[in-house]
Design a protein around this ligand. Structure first.
Ligand SMILES: [Zn+2]
Ligand SMILES: [Zn+2]
Ligand SMILES: [Zn+2]
Length: 149
């Protein structure tokens, strides 16, 4: 997966995320730490089931993973992605390095699109008096490899 953003080193990003959890009175449990360690290292985005699969040794159930992901998304540590298939996926929120995804409809591969065109939409929404404005945008297509088949 190409992912060459110039963001924090994994250890620093992890430490910052744990700080954010504490600042929001979220418990820093071993499973949460393990989840964050994975999400800092691997781009994902991962569903609760996928992340749970990676955590197997840590003995926590998928509902715990699901709830933790939700809680960490609410405080901005994670970003939630909706690929339109009824499953939410989560990735680490590297703050200023906001990006979108291109998802292949055939093989479901995910690549990053390092561009955001939604700033003007958000500005418009704020001008209309909306607060806490955010957006999600994912792009779908047939990847070159699938197209060549
Ligand atoms: Zn494909
Ligand atoms: Zn991403
Ligand atoms: Zn965007």
């Amino acid at each position: 997966m190409p992912h060459d953003h110039a963001h924090d080193a994994p250890d620093a990003a992890l430490a910052k995320a744990i700080e954010q959890l504490r600042a929001h009175d979220l418990r820093v449990t071993e499973p949460r730490k393990a989840m964050l360690a994975i999400l800092v290292q691997e781009h994902g985005p991962f569903s609760a089931e996928e992340l749970h699969g990676k955590l197997r040794a840590k003995e926590c159930d998928v509902v715990t993973v699901y709830r933790s992901l939700q809680a960490m998304e609410e405080i901005g540590v994670l970003r939630r992605c909706d690929f339109g298939d009824g499953t939410y996926r989560y990735e680490f929120n590297h703050g200023e390095h906001h990006h979108h995804h291109i998802i292949c409809r055939t093989c479901r591969s995910v690549h990053t699109l390092d561009l955001c065109v939604a700033d003007s939409l958000e500005r418009l929404a704020r001008q209309m008096g909306y607060q806490n404005v955010s957006h999600t945008l994912e792009v779908f297509g047939t990847c070159p490899r699938c197209a060549a088949k």
